[in-house]
Design a binder for this molecule. Sequence first.
Ligand code: ADP
Ligand code: MG
Length: 257
Amino acid sequence: MTTHTSGTADPLETLNAVELRDVRREFGTGAGKVTALDGVTLTFPRGTFTAVMGPSGSGKSTLLQCAAGLDRPTAGSVRLGGTELTTLTERRLTLLRRERIGFVFQAFNLLPSLTTEQNVALPLRLAGRRVPKAQVREALHRVGLGTRTHHRPTELSGGQQQRVALARALITRPEVLFADEPTGALDTRTGKDVLTLLRALTDTEHHTIVMVTHDPLAASYADRVVFLVDGAVNGELTGASAAEIANRMTTLEAAPC
Ligand code: ADP
Ligand code: MG
C-alpha cells in the first residue's frame, strides 16, 4: 500500500497531458446561477493538437481556463500529467502554471513597455531564473521571429505579436500549450501562418496543444475537434476537413435549446 500518491503517476495517465473528469463550473448562486461546464470528461493525449469548438457561451473559455489551472472547477478533477490541480494551494498552482503550462490569448497580452526579448524572457524572470540570451533567441527562432528582437509590441504586426506571445508561452517548455482564439484578432493570411506554426509545433516538437476557436478552417489544423454545447461535450471529429467541421457546427447551432 502506498502512503502518498503525489509523485507516482499511473503509467496510463502519463500518456495524457491533461485529463478532466466530471468537471463542473458554476458561476453565481440562486436564480442568477450559470452552469458554464456541466460535467465534462475529456483527455488530451500527449503530442496531439486538439481544437475545442461550440456556440458562443457554450463554455469553451471556461473549459480552457479550468484545464490550465487559471480557474477552479466547482466540482470534478483536472490532472496535468500526474498532478491533480483542483486541490493545489493557490501558491503551488501559480508555480505550476508558470513552469508547466503555456497560454496564449486572442489579444496577445504582451507588456507594451517591454521589448520582444524582454517579453519572451518574462516567465523565466518571474520564476527567478537567469535568462540566457541564447535561450530567448532560440524561442524566437522557433516561432519564425529571428530579427525584430529589440522592437516593442506596438512596432510589430498582429501576426508578429502573436508569435512573440507564442515564444513567451513556449520558453519554459510547457507540457501543454493552451490557446484561446489565437487567430481571432488576425487577418486570414496571418492567421494561417500562426496555425501552420502550431501544427508544426505538434508535428516536429510533439507539443500538446489545446486551442479554442470558432473558425472551422482553424480547427481543421488540429488532429481532433471536440464540440461543446451548453457546457457539455457533444461529440468529436478526428482528421476532419474545414467543410465537415463547418457542417457539424451548423447542426450544433441549429439545435433546439
Ligand atoms: P465561450 O467561451 O464558449 O463563449 P464561456 O466559457 O466564456 O463561453 O462562458 C460560458 C458561460 O459561462 C456563459 O454563459 C458565460 O456568460 C458564463 N460565464 C463565464 N465566465 C463567467 C464569470 N466570470 N461570471 C459569470 N458567468 C460567467
Ligand atoms: Mg470564449
